[in-house]
Ligand binder design. Structure first.
Ligand SMILES: Cc1cc2nc3c(=O)[nH]c(=O)nc-3n(C[C@H](O)[C@H](O)[C@H](O)COP(=O)(O)OP(=O)(O)OC[C@H]3O[C@@H](n4cnc5c(N)ncnc54)[C@H](O)[C@@H]3O)c2cc1C
Length: 453
């Protein structure tokens, strides 16, 4: 059997590689980040050469039962996702979210790949996707920062252009530089454990902060970037420009975060989420921005509790690269114009860590089936995994924007049932139940015994 080539050692690539290997396929895993002459060669967002590096937040989103991110993770767990298992093993407290110790997470992924005899790692930038190669199949998982040469090659093969927009990093502060007298621990609506630090603002403090933010100088924009921000990931200064209250209805929303010391809900709140098990750093939730670093320090230190904050990382904005999936991909993530190439991860048009791992898992399963000479059966539309793929391949190609897993991607309940069940939570529970059932029957029908290990 010919080998499978997987390009990209971020999240989707390692998941695809470990899945295909588990299904008995030999894999060559290419990653361009490497140590060269004793120095790391990286991307603009990555800080290490490890596999599975989380470039921004350490959260894989909600673990609350019957939420859309939970549903997606449950299906991945049921399919034996290697990265979900590692995420569960390296989880750190984060209320009702699944957050991981990022260092431990990528270390264990790197270890799992090294321990897999069917995977060979090649630290090289891939720039060509030859039609006739030694490989039976290729999985492209080079992510939002796909190298320029490979972008040009993808364009050559697909005949279509890429879209570019800004994606963002939230600032990180050292825990012991937070003034704990001025902040409080709480979970919104007291749901889950109180792992978030909340920095409360009264009206005057908020106005002072907002004025400083509105005046702050933006960072330089690279010439290859355009101003097509992803709506779900807007920089705080853009939100501030939209109106004086926009931030209070977005990342600074105070509802459900009563200050236990005063018994009152503040005018606005900045939430900080733990970065690792030792709790020695916190990220400012939803505070991605495109301001100069000096300006960030000045403005963010106006937040009560952060007057003397030490920043381990400032907010940043980066390019995102993704193909026009509705035009290019089929239901099994194969390029219609070059069916030996599958696309997974952010490059396929999904958005987010979990969604990227999810498509890596599917690409690994489909590629393994193809390598064994079988036609892959697409995961059903009724499941969460199937809904995600259904969205990217059926979205409006003219306005295609990457998708997170949300309830509105799932098939709605039948009209009759919708009328009968008025409670939204109960409707979500029913949708989850239906998705899991659809997923389980698809999974059970995967005949190879190794698939169900
Ligand atoms: C700045 C930034 C912040 C983000 N913040 C978040 C966040 O907080 N939460 C969230 O859920 N998602 C976030 N994302 C999205 C995040 O990148 C994806 O969710 C996820 O990392 C994508 O996984 P991936 O495997 O597709 O790509 P990556 O994880 O980026 O992996 C792709 C890999 O391919 C390698 N590569 C690229 N070109 C080549 C080549 N030619 N040859 C060989 N190797 C190559 C890269 O070095 C990289 O290691 C962010 C993205 C960026 C850019």
């Amino acid at each position: 059997m010919k080998k499978i080539r997987i390009i990209g050692g971020g999240l989707a690539g390692p998941e695809a590689a470990l899945t295909a290997a588990r299904l008995g396929c030999a894999v060559d895993l290419y990653e361009m980040r490497a140590m060269v002459d004793g120095k790391p060669r990286l991307t603009p967002a990555h800080q290490t050469t490890e596999f599975g590096e989380l470039v921004c937040s350490n959260s894989l989103k909600s673990e609350s039962p019957n939420t859309a991110p939970w549903l997606l993770k449950q299906e991945m767990r049921r399919a034996g996702s290697a990265l979900m298992r590692i995420a569960d093993e390296t989880a750190v407290p984060a209320g009702h979210a699944l957050a991981v110790d990022r260092v431990e997470f990528s270390r264990r992924i790197t270890e799992a790949i090294a321990a897999e005899p069917l995977i060979r790692v090649i630290r090289e930038e891939v720039t060509r996707l030859e039609a006739e190669s030694d490989y039976a199949l290729t999985i492209l998982a080079t992510g939002p920062l796909t190298s320029d040469a490979l972008c040009a090659e993808i364009e050559r093969i697909t005949g279509s252009g890429h879209l570019a927009f800004y994606d963002s990093i939230s600032p990180i502060v050292e825990a012991d530089s937070i003034d704990m007298e001025k902040v409080y621990f709480a979970a919104r609506w007291e749901k889950g454990t109180a792992d978030y630090i909340n920095c409360p603002m009264d009206r005057a403090e908020f106005d002072r902060f907002l004025d400083a933010l509105l005046e702050a100088e933006p960072a330089e924009t690279k010439k290859w970037e355009t101003a097509d921000y992803f709506e779900g990931c807007l920089p705080i200064e853009i939100l501030a420009w939209r109106g004086r209250d926009t931030l209070r209805f977005g990342p600074m929303k105070p509802v459900g975060l009563r200050d236990p010391r005063t018994g009152k809900t503040p005018w606005a709140v900045v939430q900080l989420r733990k970065e690792n098990l030792r709790a020695d750093s916190y990220n400012l939730v939803g505070f991605q921005n495109h301001l100069k670093f000096g300006e960030q320090a000045r403005v963010l230190r106006l937040i009560p509790g952060l007057e003397n904050a030490r920043f381990l990382r400032y907010g940043q904005i980066h390019r995102n690269t993704y193909v026009c999936a509705p035009v290019l991909l089929d239901e099994t993530l194969r390029l219609k114009c070059a069916p030996r190439i599958l696309i997974a991860g952010q490059l396929s048009g999904v958005e987010g860590y979990t969604e990227s791992i999810a498509t890596g898992l599917l690409a690994g399963i489909y590629a393994a089936k193809l390598a064994h000479g079988e036609e892959p059966v697409p995961v059903p539309r009724a499941s969460a995994l199937g809904s995600l793929v259904h969205y990217i391949i059926h979205a409006d190609a003219r306005n295609f924007q990457p998708a997170n897993m949300t309830f509105d991607l799932l098939e709605p309940l039948e009209e009759e049932l919708r009328k009968k069940v008025r409670d939204k939570k109960e409707r979500h529970r029913l949708q989850c139940e239906r998705s899991l059932a659809a997923f389980d029957s698809w999974w059970a029908a995967q005949t190879q015994p190794k698939l169900q290990d």
